[in-house]
Design a protein around this ligand. Structure first.
Ligand SMILES: [Mn+2]
Length: 392
């Protein structure tokens, strides 16, 4: 049986307000292509379908279209679990509608093991899925179960217990696979994951993954990676696109698993080329260097985090020209190496926002800012700060 494992799509995610949906559509096209070319029997999606519990409708549309295309009218089973970014009920909302097409949409953690048939091969997969087990969802599940494991036990022990319970349904005649969205100890993180836990209490040890499974498909970490020290093949497929500048330079991929009942799984990686790369530019020679890079066509289709060494702040015209030369600048961060040596930073911090605005205005326009304008500016800033607080 040939399985494709993917995760962390984060449909609807933006990059500092810039839509990434066109790139995500490109990824879905690429994924459907791979699934067809590689003759994939079963598709597993290990959580974080959406970036938020309340994604834009266009992201939901892309998700449902991807299911239709991957499943090919029910010929290819697809299983999806909720991640820590997903709302469990939103993931499973259409579960009944798509069940007849062999599509599993699982929102809440449960101990049900699913039998997935691949008639062409006369093979069966036993899938033990554990959608994102938050503390409260685990508590609910364990209280339903009346098991010997109690809420006082460590998170890691409770996860181990759930996997062990499910692994009891595995058999030697079936392909046995577990799937979850958890943080397994020792994994390499990036800035775009949003920690599952505070203080490490939600870390699951590699030894707690079910060794009776021939493969454990994981979601959460955005860099593709094997789980070290696991007693079976266990892997994070990673996200299909780079979602933070800390992922700059990491290749993205999906994972392919070839496995037969009773045999060791063969795991391989297929690289993805969709989406724009996220790159960092450090222009130590100033703005002329950036103009030159843009004219040379450097990283033409990338999102760019630009750090630029300057002796004077950028003027509006310069910022405008930069943005016109390359539409991919996400951050433009000036650094003033000379000034940093001369001015103690404490002096700069003492300037009030009003004073900084007045100076900025003067520099940009050559004239003095009138009081009414300053008042409006300060009001806008105050409003922004209030909004910011409400969002968190
Ligand atoms: Mn994620």
């Amino acid at each position: 049986m040939r399985i494709l494992h993917t995760a962390d799509w984060h449909l609807g995610r933006t990059l500092e307000g810039r839509s990434r949906l066109p790139e995500q559509e490109q990824f879905i096209d690429e994924l459907v292509d791979i699934v067809e070319k590689e003759k994939i029997d079963v598709v597993l999606m290990a959580g974080d379908v959406f970036d938020s519990v309340n994604p834009p409708a266009a992201a939901e549309q892309l998700f449902y279209e991807s299911l239709a295309r991957l499943s090919d009218k029910g010929k290819r089973p697809v299983a999806v679990i909720a991640g820590n970014h997903d709302h469990p009920e939103r993931i499973s909302a259409a579960a009944k509608l798509v069940a007849d097409y062999g599509i599993l949409l699982l929102g809440w953690p449960d101990t049900t093991v699913y039998r997935i048939e691949v008639p062409a091969l006369d093979e069966t997969m036993m899938l033990a899925p554990l959608p994102y087990p938050s503390e409260s969802r685990l508590a609910e599940l364990l209280s339903k179960e009346h098991s010997e494991i109690s809420l006082r036990d460590r998170y890691d022990e409770r996860i181990r217990h759930l996997f062990a319970t499910m692994a009891a349904s595995f058999s030697e005649k079936t392909v046995n696979v577990a799937m979850s969205h958890i943080y397994v100890a020792g994994g390499s993180t990036s800035d775009s994951e949003r920690p599952i836990e505070v203080g490490g209490a939600y870390t699951v040890s590699a030894a707690s993954l079910p060794k009776q499974a021939q493969y454990v498909a994981l979601g959460h970490l955005h860099r593709p990676q094997d789980v070290k020290r696991a007693e079976t093949a266990a892997r994070y497929s990673g996200s299909p696109l780079a979602y933070s500048f800390s992922e700059a330079g990491y290749a993205k991929s999906v994972t392919i698993i070839d496995v037969k009942p009773g045999e060791k799984a063969a795991v391989s990686e297929i690289p993805l080329s969709s989406g724009k790369p996220l790159v960092k530019w450090q222009a130590t020679e100033g703005i002329a260097q950036v103009y030159r890079w843009c004219e040379e066509g450097k990283d033409r289709s990338a999102w760019i985090d630009l750090e630029i060494h300057l002796s004077q702040p950028l003027s509006m015209e310069e910022i405008y020209r930069l943005r016109k030369l390359h539409s991919g600048f996400v951050h433009i961060r000036p650094v003033f190496p000379e000034k940093e040596e001369h001015i103690e930073s404490s002096k700069r911090e003492q300037l009030s926002l009003e004073e900084m605005f007045r100076r900025f205005y003067e520099r940009q326009t050559g004239g003095k800012a009138d009081d009414e304008l300053v008042r409006l500016f300060l009001e806008l800033v105050a409003e922004q700060e209030e909004e910011g607080e409400a969002e968190e």
